[in-house]
Design a protein around this ligand. Structure first.
Ligand SMILES: CC(C)(COP(=O)(O)OP(=O)(O)OC[C@H]1O[C@@H](n2cnc3c(N)ncnc32)[C@H](O)[C@@H]1OP(=O)(O)O)[C@@H](O)C(=O)NCCC(=O)NCCS
Length: 189
């Protein structure tokens, strides 16, 4: 799968032309404090990451999130298979947060995992203080399964991370919500 389309976004494989946009998004402290990415996020970090993720394969999917309207890369998301389960993360450039794009990406990613990859469950997480991500993940059906400690380079400290799972059944249950269903229906796999 090379790309996924939503109403306002295209999730596609990374290219080295995306370095500038990725660095712009991830070199922001307000974004990076929620993630485990290197900080400060440099051009070298971006070239290394993108070079390792140019082509998706069945064990590892990495998508640049492109705003259809302008072609700008406004974020990224991933799905990696570990011990038989898919997991990964999401980030958006701070200038593009709070507009529903995260929810759109998360729904597209889950639809892809359940309907193309045949997954029954996805594992995710969020740092304990990340209320926005918690809300977004709860909204689409994620349930808390535990906690672990993770190192955050931007904060230069260990952080408590809440671990969640999204099962196929709780995702489809959440998609009964009219607003979310509209987002789901517009996802083209
Ligand atoms: C987390 C992130 C992906 C969410 O994407 P987004 O486009 O900003 O989120 P959305 O607009 O789709 O939805 C956010 C929801 O959280 C709500 N929200 C915003 N701030 C909140 C807060 N402080 N507490 C609780 N809910 C909050 C919004 O109202 C919205 O809910 P609604 O649709 O029910 O109104 C994005 O903000 C981001 O990339 N942040 C920085 C990196 C990060 O945190 N990545 C995730 C790591 S787990």
């Amino acid at each position: 799968m090379k790309s996924i389309e939503t109403e306002r976004l295209i999730l596609r494989e990374w290219t080295l032309d995306d370095v500038k946009d990725q660095v712009e998004g991830l070199s922001n402290f307000e974004t990076a404090k929620n993630l485990t990415v290197p900080f400060p996020y440099s051009e070298k970090n971006s070239i290394e990451y993108i070079s390792r993720h140019l082509k998706n394969n069945e064990n590892s999917y990495a998508f640049a999130v492109v705003l259809k309207e302008t072609g700008k890369v406004i974020g990224g998301t991933s799905l990696d298979l570990n011990d038989g389960k898919y997991g990964g993360g999401i980030w958006l450039n701070e200038d593009y947060t709070g507009k529903g794009y995260g929810t759109e990406v998360w729904i597209a990613r889950a639809k892809f995992a359940f309907e193309v990859l045949g997954a029954n469950e996805i594992e995710n997480g969020y740092f304990k203080f990340n209320d926005r991500s918690r809300h977004m993940q709860e909204k689409i059906g994620c349930e808390i399964v535990g906690e672990k400690t993770n190192f955050c380079p931007a904060l230069n400290s260990n952080v408590d991370e809440i671990r969640v799972k999204l099962t196929k059944s709780s995702f489809y249950n959440a998609m009964k919500n009219t607003k979310l269903r509209k987002v789901y229906d517009k996802v083209i796999l």
